[in-house]
Ligand binder design. Structure first.
Ligand code: SF4
Length: 463
């Protein structure tokens, strides 16, 4: 490893000592926001050990893959990336390669068998052990595998001592409030990869959000597999999700709070009241429908019906008519008939979501749905195409209907699509593009008027 000297100081006593740069790291992430957040934490740990980010994996001393198992495609990508790394490691045998995340949790032995050049595999509950594991490998060069998941349902998560210590200020941040899931939908592998539902203690969350605000964060997104069941299994001192939102909104400097994803059955009136009454809580809800037919929902073991889901949507729109509603839908779930698929299309037409993530069912090993009668690929592909056409038309129409209206936007900086424009999200989670000076407006909350509606959002002008 190289030994370039770097001096870094900060308010954290561990950061204020002089540090030697020991090398570089590269983290490749697939999957959800929870993985993005885990990757950020792992990067912070590696920085704390004295490693700096590398631009390309070929030149990094430590390469970490944070994997996803929710569908087959990201797993294939991770294996193919590991194949590329084999050549890099051949050229530089001192390279340390680690695999983390959901695929690591459930396919650790296979990963090592197919890729002997991997130095460590860690599961989803091992993020905070990364520094110890890396140090051990650097010293011993012996393969490490750590996969333990907390067994106890409802256990409070307290093992993240490093969170935020050396985090740089950023405008928007993710805050996991809960890990794992107790719902066991028949298509989903998450309860195996992330374990039983555990909530982080409320005071830790307040502390973390306070720290983020001090560092300049204005918007936080609370993360959980079923985020609104936060605290449900806490043995004592249970704080319901709606109350947690109220508490976090009281943190000075936090101007916007989002959350993802709520579970429909646990969505109650108290949460609708918070969306309606608390200005920092954004008027947007991403609530996964998954299917629009009760038989399909039953086979998926989703614990609600089309009717009960519809009631929540109606109540939200009655309380906050401008709320942005988005959803997830799976097509081609085992045994899905033409009638059942038509039921999903009908619900999509009726509920008029502002946007939807649509997916083709992908069998996951050891899940109940993987053993059910599968829908032929060409059928599910055609259904996905149809569903996307229907939803895209709704999205465009809804965005065009907003032309002329004013929106509050948190400016994130130059648009990635159109670098001459600024970009940011409205309160109802529409991407907005508009001309403006990035120096002056980045990080500010501004008002814009929508002038055009698109599939991806709105374009407009500053007011
Ligand atoms: S609610 Fe269902 S789909 Fe969501 S993480 Fe839990 S088991 Fe998976």
């Amino acid at each position: 490893m190289s030994n370039v000297v770097l001096v870094k100081s900060g308010s954290n006593p561990r950061a204020s000592r002089e540090k030697t740069v020991r090398g570089t790291y590269f983290v490749q992430t697939w999957g959800c926001q929870m993985n993005e957040e885990d990757s950020e934490q792992m990067a912070l740990y590696l920085q704390d050990l004295g490693f700096k980010p590398a631009v390309h994996p070929a030149e990094a001393h430590i390469v970490l893959l944070n994997t996803c198992s929710v569908r087959r495609k990201p797993e294939d990508k991770a294996f193919s990336f590991l194949g590329e790394l084999r050549e890099f490691k051949r050229a530089r045998p001192e390279m340390v390669i680690g695999v983390a995340g959901c695929m690591a949790q459930i396919r650790a032995d296979e990963i090592k068998r197919r890729n002997p050049h991997v130095d460590f595999v860690i599961g989803t509950a091992q993020v905070s052990n990364l520094p110890v594991i890396v140090e051990e490998i650097l010293q011993t060069r012996r393969f490490q595998k750590r996969l333990a998941l907390p067994e106890r349902k409802g256990a409070v998560v307290t093992d993240l001592p490093q969170r935020n210590l050396e985090r740089k200020g950023k405008l928007k941040a993710f805050v996991p409030i809960q890990y794992g899931c107790d719902k066991f939908c028949t298509f989903c592998i998450v309860p195996s990869t992330r374990g039983r539902e555990r909530s982080r203690p409320t005071e830790h969350l307040v502390q973390e959000v306070r720290r983020l605000a001090e560092l300049g964060t204005k918007e936080v997104t609370l993360l959980g597999q079923t985020v609104n069941s936060y605290g449900k299994n806490m043995a004592e001192g249970r704080v319901p999700f709606s109350q947690l939102l109220r508490l976090l909104c009281g943190v000075p400097g936090i101007e916007r709070i989002r959350y993802t994803s709520p579970y429909p059955r646990d969505f109650k009136t108290d949460l609708i009241e918070v969306i309606r009454d608390v200005p920092e809580v954004m008027e947007h809800c991403h609530m996964p429908l998954q299917a629009g037919h009760d038989e399909l929902l039953k086979r998926m073991k989703r614990l609600y019906t089309v009717e009960s889901f519809t009631t929540i949507v109606e109540e939200m729109r009655a309380a906050v008519p401008w709320i942005g509603l988005t959803t997830d839908v799976i097509v081609g779930f085992p045994g899905e008939t033409d009638d059942e698929f038509q039921g999903t299309l009908d619900v999509i037409e009726r509920l008029q979501f502002d946007g939807a993530y649509t997916f083709r069912y992908s069998p996951r090993p050891s899940t109940p749905a993987a053993g059910m009668r599968q829908v032929p690929e060409h059928v599910s592909a055609a259904r996905l195409k149809k569903l996307m056409e229907v939803q895209n038309a709704i999205t465009v129409e809804k965005n065009m209907a907003l032309v002329g209206q004013e929106f509050e936007v948190l400016v994130e900086g130059r648009s990635t699509r159109q670098p001459t424009m600024l970009q940011g999200y409205t309160r109802c989670f529409r991407m907005a593009h508009f001309p403006g000076d990035p120096e002056r407006y980045t990080g500010q909350i501004v008002r814009i008027r929508a002038e055009q509606g698109h599939r991806w959002g709105l374009s407009g002008t500053l007011l």
